[in-house]
Every structure is written in C-alpha cells, then in structure tokens.
Design a binder for this molecule. Structure first.
Ligand code: GLU
Length: 314
C-alpha cells in the first residue's frame, strides 16, 4: 500500500520564518515516516504580493534544510499547475458549480463596515459575517453594483462540522455561528484561499494536510466545500504555532526569525535539531537531520499549545 500524500503549501509573500519551517518539517516527517510523498504547491494566489523570486528562494531554503519534496514547485510533475497564480480556470470551474447550486451571492460590505459591526469573531480573528448582503433583491444588487464591484460569498447552513485533528484532537465548529458565510472570490477577481486550497489538495491527490494551528478554524469551511464539490477530503493535523520569546506570533514581516538571518548563524542540522526539540521530538536541542528523526516520529509527542521560543535560542 502506498503511504500518505502530504504537501508543503507556502505563500511566498516573504522569506520563510521558523514557524513555516517547523510546519514543513512536521509535514515531511508525518508523510515520510509512513512511506509517503510530499508535493510542493506555491500559494501565490495574490500574485502581486508574491513575486517569483520568493518562491524560488523558498525552494532553495527547503532544500538547504534537507526537506526535499517529490513533486511540484519548479520540479513540476503530473498534477500541475503547482503555482496557484496559474490555476484561475481550474478555480472558476469549481466556483461555477457552487454558483449553480445557488449558494453564491455578491457582498458589498467593506472591511471597515464589517469591523465596525459588533458581530462575534471567528476563532482565527475574522468577523463572523452577519449576513448583511445575503438576501439582497436583484434590484438592490444592481443598484449597489453601480457604486462598487462586489466580492462573492458562499452561503453556509446552520450546521456543526466535526473532525478529529491528527495533532489537536477532536474539533468542531458551527458553520453559521462560528464562521458565517465566507469569501470565495475577492472584488478584484482573485479567488479566496478556502476555495483554492480545497480544489488544489483534491486535484493533487493530497491525503494528509499538515499546517499551522492558525488554520484549524478554516478546516470546517474546507470540509464543507469538499462535501459540496463531491471531492474526497484529506486528514488534517494542525501543529502548534511558534511564538517569539516575547510571546508575539512570528510573521514574515519581521525578519528576526527569518531564514535569511538564521542561515548566517546556524547550520541546517542545528536549526532542525532545535525545532525538533521545541516540538517534543527529541529530549535535547542537539543537531539533527530530518532523516534521523524519521524512525521515532510520532504525533503523540507534539504539544498542542503554542510554543514560545526560549530567549537566546535562535
Ligand atoms: N499558504 C498557507 C500559508 O502559508 C498555508 C495553507 C494551508 O496549508 O492550507 O500559511
């Protein structure tokens, strides 16, 4: 029997940071420890923010660390395109299916309006959409469309979606009250992450999604899309996020924990070893190669809470 098909799905909007690397390491270990494969998909949906140089740099960084993939990115393969910026027609097809089901509607609300509304927030910090544009009449839509190009949202039912996360354990969310109707397409025509990721993981034959815990709450929405589109859903494992020593989330914008700086100070096995220790995969932060971690890899060892990098570790 062939093993799982995992993937790296980085957004090349900057240099990789330690948190991205940690997720890539776990995705690689999870698939490879069971004889699986890894696909690299470049999530450059927002092409203007994701110049190709970042994608190329990211490949070079992953290889430097010893995280080799089997298919995708500049390697190519049978399930391309592997760059989301080249997949517009593929997303349009799935989008049309949802539209034909009468589940898509135009939304004219601005970000500022949404944040001003005293609506509850989703677990990932967005506003649960209060449904403002859900029931506009054709006349109202035409009137509003004269002022502003709309974004498009998917109508969700009042229904709880539950799943067993491979790292975090059981998780469930009510689509309507915890997420709300969500974007499928932005006003400028760019397809939304939720749609693109589902369509791509399905068409690439991905069976196991490993990614950061900041996307745990997206999973209910994605499972709903898999169901609507009649696509087989993968399993999910969300890894705890790495926090800077002062407790803030790492971001591509602050360079401190970016590979650019780290590569000047440490060897690849030193970085991999420290990450493996932070994620409970070895008892001390000694240098390791990814391969050497394969025999003892076990999701049960990985903590479920965010991990704060000790001061002075990197
Ligand atoms: N492209 C996303 C990111 O870099 C990851 C999406 C996913 O793994 O589903 O955060």
């Amino acid at each position: 029997m062939s093993g799982p098909v995992g993937r790296f799905a980085p957004s090349p909007s900057g240099r990789l940071h330690l948190g991205n690397l940690a997720c890539s390491l776990l995705a690689w270990l999870s698939a490879k420890s069971r004889g699986g494969r890894i696909i690299l998909r470049i999530e450059d949906l927002d092409a203007a923010r994701c110049p190709r140089v970042y994608a190329d740099q990211l490949e070079e960084d992953l290889r430097w660390l010893g995280l080799f993939w089997d298919e995708g990115g500049s390697l190519g393969g049978p399930n391309g395109p592997y760059y989301q910026s080249e997949c517009g027609e593929i997303y349009t097809e799935s989008y049309k299916k949802l539209d034909d089901m009468q589940l898509v509607y135009p939304c004219f609300c601005s970000r500022a309006q949404l944040h001003a509304a005293s609506a509850p927030h989703t677990a990932d910090g967005n506003v649960v959409y209060p449904g403002t544009c859900r029931n506009l009449t054709p006349g109202e839509i035409a009137e509003k469309a004269r002022q502003k190009a709309p974004a498009f949202r998917l109508k969700v039912p009042d229904e709880r979606v539950s799943f067993a996360d491979g790292c975090m354990g059981p998780y469930s969310e009510n689509l309507l009250t915890d997420c709300g109707d969500f974007y499928l397409r932005r006003a400028d025509g760019v397809f939304a992450y939720q749609l693109a990721v589902v369509v791509d993981d399905a068409r690439m034959g991905v069976t196991e999604v490993v990614r950061g815990a900041d996307l745990l709450s997206s999973t209910a929405r994605q499972l709903y899309l898999y169901r609507l589109l009649g696509l087989p859903a993968p399993t999910f494992a969300h890894c705890p996020l790495l926090l800077a020593p002062d407790g803030r989330r790492l971001s591509k914008r602050d360079g401190d924990q970016s590979l650019e700086n780290l590569r000047e100070k440490y060897t690849a096995p030193e970085i991999v070893g420290k990450l493996a220790w932070l994620y409970g995969l070895q008892p001390e932060p000694a240098p390791r190669t990814p391969e050497s971690l394969l025999p003892t890899f076990d999701w049960a060892k990985v903590p479920k809470k965010d991990i704060c990098i000790p001061e002075g570790m990197f």
